[in-house]
Design a protein around this ligand. Structure first.
Ligand SMILES: NC(=O)CC[C@H](N)C(=O)O
Length: 351
């Protein structure tokens, strides 16, 4: 089966389709991870994006639902150099894509597409599985709305509040598309977790009498997380605030700081960050927006910084008890170095 990937700049590449016939479109983003392909594809933060793997062989250990970050694939499409046809475990990625009505293309030069993305910035793209009509793919890519103009959070947040009972501190989680392993990392420490939809009001959150407010990861432009921004704006100072990924961006926006779209973002399991004490951690990341350090108000200090480009990877505000990171300390699969470092510390520090 043929497939074609078209980009807004007029480029298209023809390859082998996998999954089912049809079309998907969104931002084309690349991740440098060598493993953890299903964790990435099922991460709700990839909603609205077509995910391209720079590592040339994807799928060699098959699909294991135990690794999923949510019950389904959220990336709109998958681009790979090669998908392992006969993995060591079943089902294969291609079988899984077919059974679940998903779209993929393999046999394409992911290096040149990555170099292009790094050179010109993230591009809108369309993938047509079952066709090699490059002009049509480019036309569809150009029709894609920029990610900042699309509401994606409502599609991935829970619709009703729910609780994962635990014996320990009570944490209210605002679900912007929360990854399963974040809830598990909190739960393993004993947290009594109350999860709220992204539309939760400050009163609804406070009715749970939380010891801390946690704002999750999520897809798209953080400025669209308007309800969560309001919650943090109203509640910071009243309860400790913890954030991961979109959570840090929401916390920054709530304090009056700004976020910006990065040229091509950070996605992978090999992103080095430097903590304020000088120690370096290898982290998993998936973000295309970042906090503008210059706009952070007084009282906020940058706690982690990306070693490659110097961008903000974490900040804290001791007076307001805000602690947040841009990377993913819960990451499965990816390095676990920061799981203990981050979750133990934030859990211990909740009064
Ligand atoms: N994983 C996330 O929470 C990502 C946050 C936001 N969607 C970004 O791309 O920056």
């Amino acid at each position: 089966m043929k497939a074609v990937l078209g980009l807004e700049d007029g480029t298209f590449v023809v390859g082998d389709g996998f999954g089912v016939e049809g079309t998907c479109s969104g931002e084309l983003v690349f991740t440098t991870q060598m493993t953890g392909y299903m964790e990435a594809l099922t991460d709700p933060s990839y909603a609205g994006q077509i995910l391209m793997f720079t590592y040339p062989l994807i799928g060699n250990y098959g699909v294991d639902q135990q690794n999923f970050e949510s019950p389904m694939v959220h990336a709109r499409g998958c681009v790979a150099r090669e998908i392992a046809a006969v993995p060591a475990a079943r089902p294969s990625v291609a079988d899984y894509f077919e059974e679940n009505g998903l779209f993929g293309i393999s046999g394409v030069d992911t290096r040149s597409l990555t170099i292009k993305t790094r050179t010109v910035g993230t591009l809108r793209a369309a993938l047509i599985v079952g066709s090699d009509d490059g002009a049509e793919a480019v036309r569809r890519a150009r029709a894609v709305s920029p990610i900042g103009e699309v509401d994606l959070i409502g599609d991935v947040s829970c619709s009703e509040p729910y609780r994962i009972a635990g014996p320990g501190k009570r944490i209210a989680v605002i679900d912007l598309g929360v990854k399963r392993h974040i809830l598990e990392s909190l739960g393993h420490r004993g947290a009594d977790i109350h999860v709220f939809p992204h539309t939760a009001t400050p009163d609804e959150v406070m009715a749970a009498k939380p010891d801390a407010l946690f704002v999750s990861n999520g897809p798209g432009d953080p400025r669209r997380a308007t309800h969560a921004i309001r919650c943090v704006r109203d509640l910071a100072g009243e309860v400790p605030v913890i954030g991961i990924c979109m959570g840090i961006q929401v916390a920054a926006l709530a304090l009056g700081a700004e976020t910006y779209k990065m040229k091509f973002g950070h996605r992978g399991t090999n992103q080095p960050v430097r903590y304020k004490d000088g120690s370096i951690y290898i982290t998993t990341q998936n973000h295309g927006f970042a906090v503008d350090e210059e706009t952070l108000p007084e009282g906020c200090t940058v706690s982690y910084r990306n070693v490659n480009d110097g961008t903000v990877e974490g900040f804290e505000n001791r007076d307001l008890a805000i602690t947040c990171v841009q990377f993913h300390p819960e990451a499965h699969g990816g390095p676990r170095d920061t799981e203990m470092h981050f979750f133990d510390r934030i859990y211990r520090e909740i009064p």
